[in-house]
Design a protein around this ligand. Structure first.
Ligand code: UTP
Length: 278
């Protein structure tokens, strides 16, 4: 069984860059106009053929679970009114997908969050979306583009984009050999390198397809930079065996984990994506 059915959403981070709003509200619930970031992620996963949404949460994140559940009171209030269409997308998601949750008890990094999700994923290849990287595309969504590649190459795939050299400190950065157009076989991978030693300006963004052996590797991966278990370190173990591709995706990414990126995405969405009242 090789079809990718599940998407993991690590959503346990504190979102300190958005304090104070993230004191009692999950960063993933911040809206681009009227839809929370995580809903765009779920829609992207659905468009790529997945219907199992696995969410790694933490303390203070219950609003995510409530969002992907029916609110009977609200349904009763809104039924038959001219606002009912506003619930169309979320109703569709709830009827098509199953949601499962687990909590990351200690925030020990993205790699640790992904390992925490093992119980929801099991022994199958899966996708990962970091909902604070919001991506817009003209054709297929980013994850759908990556699933097509997975069907051909059957190995882990990370999405990358070119960044200004001075920004390498914010990202995992790869070096690799060109395998096909926009596709590299990863040779090297470094977490948040100094621009002077970064192996390239190709940065990993928040979309991954991972083969399930990543869990055993993560279990053996010692804490790296800043005491956290890094997914880049675990991926490097796969890359040494030639099993990681990096894909320069078609589309545009907004870094909604930063205030600037979030404001840019909000403005973009208000003009280009937001569905206005009919
Ligand atoms: P970030 O590095 O953006 O951290 O995590 P953060 O806590 O969300 O935000 P800031 O930096 O404090 O503002 C990248 C992604 O990894 C998840 C986050 O939820 C986010 O989606 N993450 C990170 C976890 O789920 N657990 C962790 O221990 C760390």
């Amino acid at each position: 069984m090789d079809k990718i059915r599940k998407c993991l959403f690590p959503a346990a981070g504190y979102g300190t860059r958005f304090l104070p709003v993230t004191k009692s509200m999950p960063k993933e619930m911040l809206p681009l106009v009227n839809k929370p970031l995580i809903q765009y992620g779920v829609e992207e996963a659905m468009a790529a053929g997945m219907n199992g949404m696995a969410i790694v949460t933490g303390r203070g994140k219950r609003a995510i679970e409530d969002h992907f559940d029916i609110s009977y009171e609200l349904e009763h209030q809104i039924a038959g009114t001219d606002k009912e269409w506003l619930l169309g997308d979320i109703r569709h998601i709830i009827s098509e997908c199953t949601f499962s949750y687990t909590r990351q008890i200690e925030m020990k990094g993205l790699g640790h969050a992904i390992l925490t999700g093992e119980t929801l994923i099991g022994e199958e290849p899966f996708a990962v979306i970091l909902a604070d990287d919001y991506c817009v595309t003209e054709g297929d969504g980013v994850l759908a583009q990556m699933v097509k590649l997975y069907e051909k190459y059957r190995c882990s795939i990370v999405a990358i984009e070119e960044i200004p050299r001075e920004d390498t400190r914010k990202y995992g950065v790869i070096a690799g050999d060109l395998e096909a157009e926009n596709l590299y076989r990863v040779r090297e991978m470094v977490e948040k390198p100094d621009p002077a030693v970064a192996p390239s300006n190709l940065a990993i963004i928040g979309r991954y397809i991972l083969t399930p052996d990543i869990f055993d590797i993560l279990r053996e991966t010692p804490p790296g930079r800043s005491g956290e278990i890094q997914i880049t370190d675990a991926l490097m173990t796969q890359a040494r065996m030639g099993n990681v591709l990096a894909y320069k995706f078609q589309g545009r990414r907004f870094d909604c984990g930063s205030i600037e990126g979030f404001m840019e995405a909000s403005n973009y969405n208000y003009t280009n994506v937001y569905k206005r009242p009919r």
